[in-house]
Write a new protein. Structure first.
Length: 518
């Protein structure tokens, strides 16, 4: 049969935006009322037809008049018209673009369908339990318990999943920072600075540092170096580690959390020629996250392979490059605790999933110096792409959710200056340093968490918007590098992130390197 539905909506609040929902084969006019027409509505094998009109995010109540014209096989025509009042449903009680509202929109679409299916006795046990949650929430709304329902929907909403992308991206940044520290440490010990008044006491001999460092890195590629001497060490093995502690405060769109992250980078590099060296490193990352208000926890681990290089174009200007490929593992427990209409729920939704991380960094810098004083002006661009596999929760029964695949990209620039002072002692060289950089995030748009309730037979999708990233913030750094005899060097560095919305983060890095004869 052919069905022609004409749906007329009279909106009581006429102060509306012009962005009405899109429906195929639909026509809308806006002049105080909204008219839409759809033709040739498809039918299922039972002859049932249905259509969902998304009235958008403008306020209710309003009336809907549906006129249905049915042409039967015998050419007889039947015309039916029904007018009913549409209240705001669950979603009308909450601020738009919040996790509560996203779940409410899903319930408003899913719950009526569950009721129809229940009447046909086609629901599973968990689907009936999901319908019971719908009925409980709708009852509370009708009794004016919007505040209580808001808390319930926030508990049900899986906005905590956003922490996966935050920690996954931080793993990439952590490994990039360890490699950058490695490159910086080498440059502090081997860059083209003036060391004419400094010397190192080694094996009972006084070795001019100007001779040792300049010869070892860039002044004269053809200069003969005595085999087996301190200057003949081209292969270096290093280990760098970073510990990060911080927190993110709760906002209207995301739960807060505290985190401890640890990154270890073990690698080796080779001085190809006096002005160029390259290396490879294995990176291991781990993070423990506690979600605010006993909302759950997450353990994450990462393993990456990193390649890097540095080249001095001349005595003062250098270029760096870094690429990385890694795998991440996320294990999360999400707590769902609420009390509504005397119904107390304490659930734990468990999940695990994996992610693939790709990143690339390119940097450049310019050294200026005056005796033992030196400064480096630098700029770096870092890009990372993180994909997290789709996953489904277990343990929360009808409140389990299934999350779609997530794709997160980050593109940041860092422009800064770092100053250092080189001090010579009998045991080696000590180089304290301080710095300040401006960080800019180019991709500061909010991400979207898409998913469904695992026991929803209609796969009604929810779309939860995260907070936008703060595009501008600063990082200050202070630390010290020590260069010792036998090709040994080490560093200690502390960084503080300043002025980044919602976040407080401190990074502490340590590392060491030993050169080998090769």
């Amino acid at each position: 049969m052919n069905i022609d539905w004409r749906i007329r909506q009279r909106i009581s609040n006429t102060d509306l935006q012009s962005a009405y929902p899109n429906l195929q084969s639909a026509y809308f006019t806006i002049s105080g009322s909204l008219y839409s027409t759809l033709e040739t509505i498809p039918t299922d094998e039972l002859g049932n037809s249905s259509i969902t009109v998304n009235t958008g995010e403008y306020p209710a109540p309003y009336d809907i008049t549906a006129s249905v014209s049915v042409t039967l096989n015998n050419a007889a025509s039947i015309f039916l018209e029904q007018t009913f009042e549409f209240n705001a449903g669950i979603q009308g009680s909450f601020v738009i673009n919040t996790p509560e509202n996203a779940v409410a929109i899903t319930f408003d679409s899913m719950c009526p369908k569950l009721k129809i299916t229940q009447n046909e006795d086609q629901l599973t046990t968990l689907q009936r339990a999901l319908l019971d949650q719908c009925n409980s929430i709708q009852q509370a709304i009708s009794e004016g318990k919007s505040i209580e329902v808001s808390k319930v929907l926030r508990q049900i909403s899986p906005e905590e999943v956003a922490v996966q992308s935050v920690i996954g991206t931080s793993f990439s940044n952590q490994q990039a920072s360890n490699i950058a520290s490695r490159l910086s440490s080498v440059r502090r010990g081997t860059s083209q600075l003036s060391f004419n008044n400094l010397a190192l006491f080694h094996r009972g001999q006084t070795i001019p540092i100007a001779y040792m460092l300049n010869s070892a890195f860039a002044l004269d590629e053809n200069k003969d170096i005595e085999p087996g001497s301190l200057l003949n060490n081209r292969l270096g093995i290093f280990v760098n580690g970073t510990a990060s502690i911080g927190n993110r405060r709760t906002t209207a769109k995301e739960d807060g959390f505290e985190f401890d992250s640890y990154g270890l980078t073990l690698g080796a590099d080779y001085r190809i020629k006096s002005s160029t060296f390259a290396g490879a490193a294995l990176g291991v990352s781990k993070s423990d996250v506690q979600i605010s208000d006993q909302g759950g926890e997450m353990d994450a681990t990462g393993l990456s392979m990193n390649l890097y290089t540095s080249h001095y174009i001349n005595d003062q200007w250098y270029l760096d490059g870094f690429v990385s490929l890694g795998n991440n593992q996320f294990d999360m427990q999400r707590k769902i605790n609420f009390d509504l209409n005397g119904n107390v729920e304490n659930r734990t939704a468990s999940s695990d999933t994996k992610g693939l991380q790709k990143s690339l960094s390119i940097g450049t810098g310019y050294d200026v110096h005056d005796g033992p004083l030196a400064a480096t002006m630098y700029g770096t661009v870092h890009y990372s792409a993180l994909s997290i596999d789709a996953f489904s929760e277990s343990g929360a029964q009808e409140l389990d959710v299934s999350i779609s695949k997530q794709s997160i990209t980050s593109a940041t620039s860092s422009v800064g200056i770092q100053a250092q002072y080189t001090h010579s002692a009998r045991w080696g060289i000590l180089i304290p340093f301080i710095g300040l950089s401006w960080e800019h995030e180019f991709n500061d748009a909010a991400d979207t968490i898409n998913g469904t309730f695992s026991n929803d037979p209609f796969n009604t999708t929810f779309n939860i918007k995260t907070e936008k990233e703060d595009p501008n913030y600063f990082t200050n750094v202070q630390g010290v590098t020590a260069i010792l005899p036998q090709g040994i060097s080490a560093y200690l560095k502390m960084e503080n992130v300043m002025g980044k919305d919602f976040y407080k983060t401190t990074n502490i890095s340590v590392g060491g390197r030993i050169e080998l004869q090769f």
